[in-house]
Design a binder for this molecule. Structure first.
Ligand code: ADP
Length: 299
């Protein structure tokens, strides 16, 4: 019996957001709006998204022994995520300093903090979590060597899902473990080494040739496509009035990973994930915007 439908291994950040009329030039100070602090980070977002859908979810991450770390843990608990695997200390909690201008453009500085201290040893020490999980998902806001150790440590038969964000070229060993590799257009280009011609179907084939067992390309309002073996198929997009696309990719990945673990085909899991991603863009924020299963049904 598995203890968890999904184990998410990844980052947890406090997002510190200030609205500004314009960004300061070097040496200049500008006044901004009141500070708003949101729980974020791709790992923490995925875990909250899965738990809110009803998945039995655990998070393996590292936060600092500070107020931001406590805020992040509290957001996980509220969503129902098991945080026994969240390590505390070693560096301040990861932070994203975000300024938003009146046109909605973001400028972001990330301090990885404790996320950068999630080590290969931390993964080895979490063997019981890995053994108890049907599906394991990861992103790249933690050290690449930690993600590589994760795929080396996976028990036989455990499914691995990777969203390589922020993207960088990946070692063959890591690519070979992905089932699927989930990328948006920007991530697809970086993973493929810059050269991607033709339609998204062609990108999916080019990525499959790099070794993952399957590939999912997300296309924002155009939905997504899935590729395995010789077959590439479109996942229909869901028409909604988008308010804020922050976190849509995280919600999509979490939903897809959970449905795969429940036995869905890649195409069915992606179709469900597209509904979850669409629901997430109808509300502002990241974790605050993630739907329950009932809300996905009602869409
Ligand atoms: P990322 O946030 O990683 O760039 P996308 O923007 O492609 O990812 O969004 C992930 C998924 O969420 C998409 O594949 C789609 O299913 C859904 N989605 C995102 N934006 C919209 C939108 N405007 N309308 C409907 N669905 C959307």
């Amino acid at each position: 019996m598995d203890d968890y439908d999904l184990l998410v291994v990844g980052s947890a950040n406090a997002d510190l957001v200030i609205g500004v009329e314009r960004r300061p030039a070097p040496g200049e100070t500008v006044l901004g709006s009141d500070l708003v602090v949101h729980p974020g980070g791709k790992g923490a977002n995925q875990a909250v998204a899965a738990a809110r859908l009803g998945a039995r979810t655990a998070l393996l991450a590292r936060v600092g022994d500070d107020d931001h770390g406590r805020l992040l843990l509290s957001a996980q608990h509220t969503a129902g995520v098991d945080t026994a695997g969240v390590l505390v200390g070693g560096a301040p909690t990861g932070v994203a300093l975000i300024t938003v201008d009146p046109s909605g453009d973001n400028s972001i500085v990330v301090s990885p903090g404790a996320n950068g201290r999630l080590t290969p040893k931390d993964v080895r020490d979490a063997e019981h979590l890995l053994r108890g999980s049907r599906v394991v998902s990861a992103q790249l806001e933690i050290p690449l060597e930690t993600v590589v150790e994760l795929v080396r440590s996976l028990p036989a038969g455990t499914r691995f899902v990777l969203n390589p964000s922020p993207p960088r070229p990946l070692p063959a060993e890591l690519l070979a473990a992905c089932d699927p590799l989930i990328v948006n257009e920007h991530e697809a280009r970086v993973i493929a080494g810059g050269a991607l011609d033709g339609a998204p179907e062609d990108w999916a084939r080019a990525l499959l040739a790099l070794g993952p067992r399957s590939v999912v390309v997300t296309l924002g309002a155009q939905g997504a496509l899935v590729a395995r073996g010789d077959t590439v198929s479109r996942v229909p997009s869901v028409q909604v009035d988008a308010v804020d696309t922050t976190g849509a990719g995280d919600a999509f990945t979490a939903a897809l990973a959970w449905r795969l673990g429940a036995g869905a085909s890649l195409a069915d899991a992606a179709a469900y994930a597209a509904r979850v991603g669409a629901a997430a863009v109808t509300r502002p924020g990241a974790q605050e915007s993630f739907p329950t299963a009932a809300e996905v049904e009602a869409l």
